[in-house]
Design a protein around this ligand. Structure first.
Ligand SMILES: [Mn+2]
Length: 348
């Protein structure tokens, strides 16, 4: 576990050296990425440093919760497109990436070499695509980016509004499947308590994620098409060849939903474009799903991972997944969570 004070010390130096900050969530930001961006922006404001949140996506096409929050904060926070950086960048510009560490997942990729400093705070595993910087703070055991950013917000003595506290809490709620994940620990809970004392409310944060009917039906259509294979693996897929295109978030939610059953890990896959399949994987804590998603060119952390594959059929991905999972030998192949992990028994 990394030390929040050390992270702050590094950030202090970088904020001192630079005069402009570009805060960058991953593309198609979710509430964890967005909440963490908001927290970082508040820290910069507190230090009196000009800062921008870079969201390059078409906001209208984002999920309803993030679309609404982006709308709500646009009065108080400066949200820009990646191309605006051209006019705003100075020779003392700092990039702060949150909830992401891969260069291909950020909209500012073309500008990476032009930032004076880069600071990366994330909870996904690193790989060869991780942004090159000396200021890399990645802890894949961390529940969410918002958990760490909240601690920094407290250390900096930022005064949060109730809404801002809720945005940070919503990020934690999202990434922990409503606090229902093995990576929720006492540190997470004490951050939640502190956010609650600043006006955040678990009921409110949970309700930010209220489903709309059409999306919920898409999720349940995937769930209805779930096969269970040996060793507690659930695989949901849309193999109906109906031509239906799914939202990535709905596929992820189907994988989340399946965790309520007696399983070790869950997978959901469907088309997100005519020629592209997205697969989401979730684990109860024994199976490291990031290793499985790596076989599909994806990544994530041990509890939550995903991949996106072009020019394939869902059926092919499903077959490949089964061929990886089915051999009993997988138990040796995919490391168990280490000693400090949760004491769960593998479902036979
Ligand atoms: Mn996250």
């Amino acid at each position: 576990m990394q030390n929040s004070r050390e992270i702050k010390e590094c950030l202090d130096k970088l904020l001192e050296k630079n005069d402009t900050v570009f805060i960058v969530p991953h593309n198609r930001p979710d509430m964890d990425a967005l909440g963490a961006s908001i927290g970082m922006s508040l820290i910069c404001d507190k230090k009196g440093i000009k800062n921008y949140i870079v969201i390059d996506d078409d906001v209208e096409k984002l999920e309803s919760v993030t679309r609404k929050v982006v709308g709500d904060i646009s009065r108080d926070f400066e949200i820009i497109k990646a191309s605006d950086i051209e006019d705003l960048i100075t020779d003392k510009s700092l990039m702060i990436a949150v909830d992401v560490n891969k260069d291909y997942l950020v909209s500012v990729k073309p500008y990476l070499d032009r930032f004076n400093d880069k600071f990366v705070l994330d909870h996904h595993k690193t790989d060869e695509h991780t942004i090159k910087t000396d200021h890399l703070f990645v802890d894949d055991k961390l529940s969410s980016a918002c958990e760490e950013v909240s601690r920094l917000v407290f250390l900096y003595g930022v005064k949060l509004t109730g809404d801002e506290a809720n945005y940070l809490l919503a990020g934690i709620v999202l990434d922990t499947n409503k606090l229902n994940k093995p990576n929720v620990n006492t540190e997470t809970l004490s951050v939640i308590t502190k956010l609650a004392s600043k006006g955040a409310n678990l009921y409110f944060a949970n309700n930010m994620f209220i489903e709309d009917f059409e999306h919920d039906r898409a999720i349940q259509r995937l769930v209805d098409n779930t096969g269970f294979i040996n060793y507690g693996f659930a695989i949901a897929s849309d193999t109906s060849n109906s031509g239906k295109i799914y939202e990535i978030e709905d596929i992820a939610k189907a994988a989340d939903y399946l965790l309520k059953y007696q399983v070790n890990a869950t997978f959901a896959m469907a088309y997100i474009a005519e020629d592209t399949v997205s697969i989401s994987a979730r684990s109860k804590g024994i199976i490291d799903v990031s290793k499985i998603m790596k076989a599909f060119g994806g990544g994530g952390n041990e509890h939550s991972a995903a991949a996106r594959i072009k020019d394939v059929k869902v059926e092919e991905i499903k077959d490949k997944l089964c061929s990886i999972l089915v051999p009993a030998a997988y138990i040796n192949e995919f490391n168990f969570v280490k000693e400090d992990g949760p004491k769960l028994k593998l479902v036979p």
